[in-house]
Design a protein around this ligand. Structure first.
Ligand code: 4NP
Length: 156
């Protein structure tokens, strides 16, 4: 069975589509399934934000096959690991958890670089293009560590 990883932000158009695209580029897609979702319902069916598409393209990643979707309780059953972008996403996802096993799956993505520090990936939606570059770099570093961990789990 494939390991399944879900990236979650608020709109599923800026941060989590980048996290999905970046992690997909670092893992074996035969072994690991990666998806993303938003806690909000504002952008269901939408393409990622054009600034996310553009920064991804700069690093030779194509995220234009992605469409926005909303996180749902059934995602706790489908996914092994749920990485959220910020503390607000964390609260929103945890509030839907049915039991401890659901809660254990949810982690702040930047804790993969700064363990235990609970740092947010800043929401770049209302900022300029530099925000997207900054988010890309943070997510690239976090996904590098996630990919390494998944590889190690696979070798166990
Ligand atoms: P994201 O950014 O959570 O990184 O996708 C946002 C995108 C859209 C909205 C908020 C955050 N919005 O309110 O529409």
């Amino acid at each position: 069975m494939k390991t399944k990883v879900l990236m979650v932000c608020l709109g599923n158009i800026c941060r989590s589509p980048l996290a999905e695209g970046i992690l997909k580029s670092k893992i074996d897609r035969q072994k690991i399934f990666v998806d993303s979702a938003g806690t909000g319902d504002y952008h269901i069916g939408d393409l990622p934000d054009k600034r996310s598409i553009s920064v991804a393209r700069k690093y030779e990643l194509d995220i234009t096959e992605q469409r926005g979707r909303q996180f749902s309780v059934s995602d706790f059953e489908k996914f092994d690991h749920i990485y959220v972008m910020d503390n607000s996403n964390y609260e929103n996802v945890i509030s839907l958890a049915r039991h401890e096993e659901d809660k254990q799956k949810v982690k702040l993505i930047l804790n993969e670089i700064f363990p235990g520090e609970n740092v947010d990936v800043p929401d770049p939606y209302f900022g300029g293009d530099h925000g997207f570059e900054n988010v890309f770099q943070m997510l690239d570093e976090a996904c590098e560590n996630i990919a390494r961990k998944l590889q190690e789990e696979d070798e166990e």
